[in-house]
Design a protein around this ligand. Structure first.
Ligand code: FES
Length: 105
């Protein structure tokens, strides 16, 4: 089981568990876990409504693609540890990580 923590927009922290070997991205898991992620573009790195902040071990995620960086650049509240959750593939490397939902409208 892969376990990581997610802080919602109200500051509540919950552990999310995902079976290993699942072929999903983080946005899909957040939606399935009832987080209010709009994901308007369906995971194409085009809407930024799946914006998250990564609180630890950012290097485990690897570098963002140009498309992700371009979209993050358009966000007024993006920080150096912002990512688009639709571009983060679920895997063992997420074990122990901490993500914060970010509101972007
Ligand atoms: S779902 Fe649209 S950018 Fe991630």
């Amino acid at each position: 089981m892969i376990r990581f923590e997610v802080e919602d927009l109200q500051g509540e922290v919950r552990t999310v568990e995902v079976p290993e070997g699942i072929n999903l991205n983080l946005m899909e898991v957040l939606k399935a876990s009832d987080y209010p992620v709009l994901a308007t573009c369906g995971g194409m790195a085009l809407c930024a409504t799946c914006h998250i902040e990564v609180d630890n071990n950012m290097e485990k995620l690897g570098d963002p693609t140009e498309a992700e960086l371009d979209m993050l650049d358009t966000l007024p509240h993006a920080t150096y540890n912002s990512r688009l959750s639709c571009q983060v593939q679920i895997g063992d490397h997420l074990n122990g990580m901490f993500f914060k939902l970010k509101e972007e409208y």
